[in-house]
Design a binder for this molecule. Structure first.
Ligand code: PHE
Length: 358
């Protein structure tokens, strides 16, 4: 075996002995670097006779190619080993429960919407939706509030600019338009709730320009006022998680229900505190009544065959009462300290068997 062959073998051995990438790089420099063994040998070619060079040249080039390939192969193998070791070390068990130090929280409004859905879901209601931007027809006319009706002024409506055809869209002032949309879409019998955002130009401790309502609608051939009352009492007991809630049904008027009532919940307001079930104050939380025959007709339902009840509740008001939050405006301030204080754990999903709020 020639000297060169022996040297090449030694160098190849060093390459395969390199235990990591740093060691391999050291071998590469020792062999192919500026002063590397092979580089030095190749420098010698210049001083050789033409004959000698013809023989040694290809041999040296062959050795260099062999070593370059061996180094690349070894680097690849070492990289793969390093990656596998890292993957093994950084392995995450995605089936583990979430880590307790998580920081996000569920806003009381979202929490209350989930609670309301859980309660009515248990009573057989399904969830319906409608758009925030409504037409005059769905928000008013179909609900028996024709143009020039005084109730239109009472709603402090936000209107959009008039369209070329004269139509003016608006931000819905209540969730009641979803009544009509559901009647049109599914027809009777109906048992739906429709939670969502509503808008009125109004702002104080218990009013904000954007707020939340949940609409309820039951249509069949026999539903009556007694069912309405029972349904709402049942809801309030489940929602406030008490056996008895002080409630007051007051006769009232809505163009889309006849007869109509408003419901107040007993509470006490003292200083910055708000308590439910005590005290002499009342907070209005909902309007309700038997669906007006004209409304049924607007929704394509025959009022001689079908009847039913509807209600509209203020979700933010429910949240204030249940969780003792005194000022409604704070709900929408996006103050992190407030959210941490009043927020809910994201993984505690409200359900009747599991508990609504914990
Ligand atoms: N839409 C009424 C409001 O916003 C509430 C309501 C809904 C009343 C359904 C009766 C029936 O005040």
């Amino acid at each position: 075996m020639s000297d060169l062959e022996a040297q090449t073998r030694e160098m190849l051995q060093a390459v395969s002995d390199a235990a990591d990438l740093a060691a391999l790089e050291a071998v590469r420099i020792a062999v192919l670097g500026k002063k590397g063994t092979l580089t030095e040998l190749m420098k010698g070619l210049g001083a050789m006779s033409v004959e000698e060079r013809k023989i040694k040249g290809p041999v040296l080039n062959g050795a260099r190619d062999q070593l370059t390939a061996a180094i690349a192969a070894r680097a690849q193998a070492l990289n793969a080993t390093a990656l596998n070791a890292r993957l093994a070390q950084e392995r995450i068990d995605v089936t583990l429960p979430a880590r307790p130090e998580m920081r996000g929280a569920i806003h009381p409004v979202s929490q209350v919407i989930d609670e309301v859905i859980a309660i009515f879901g248990d009573m057989g209601f399904s969830v319906a939706e409608g758009p925030d931007i409504e037409s005059d027809f769905y928000n008013f006319t179909a609900l028996n509030i024709p143009p020039e009706h005084p109730a239109r002024q009472m709603h402090d409506t936000f209107y959009f600019n008039e369209k070329p055809g004269g139509e003016r869209l608006l931000l819905r002032t209540h969730t009641s338009p979803v009544q009509i949309r559901s009647m049109e879409k599914s027809g009777p019998p109906l048992r739906i709730i429709a939670p969502g955002r509503t808008y009125r130009c109004d702002s104080d401790m218990t009013h904000t320009p954007m707020f939340h309502q949940v609409e309820g609608l039951v249509i069949d051939e026999t539903a009556h006022m007694g069912h309405l009352k029972g349904c709402l009492i049942e809801f309030c007991k489940a929602f406030f998680e008490v056996d008895n809630v002080r409630m007051r049904f007051r006769p009232s008027h809505f163009p889309f229900t006849e007869p109509s009532a408003e419901v107040d919940i007993g509470c006490r307001r003292r200083g910055g505190e708000l308590r439910i079930g005590e005290g002499e104050d009342w907070l209005e939380i909902l309007g309700c009544g038997m669906v007006h025959p004209k409304v049924l007709r607007h929704g394509g339902i025959d009022p001689d065959k079908y009847q039913g009840f509807a209600f509209g509740m203020g979700i933010d008001r429910l949240a204030m009462l249940k969780y003792g939050i005194p000022d409604l405006r704070d709900f929408f301030e996006a103050d992190l300290r407030w959210l941490r204080h009043y927020g809910f754990a994201p993984l505690d999903i409200p359900s009747l068997p599991g508990g609504l709020s914990r």
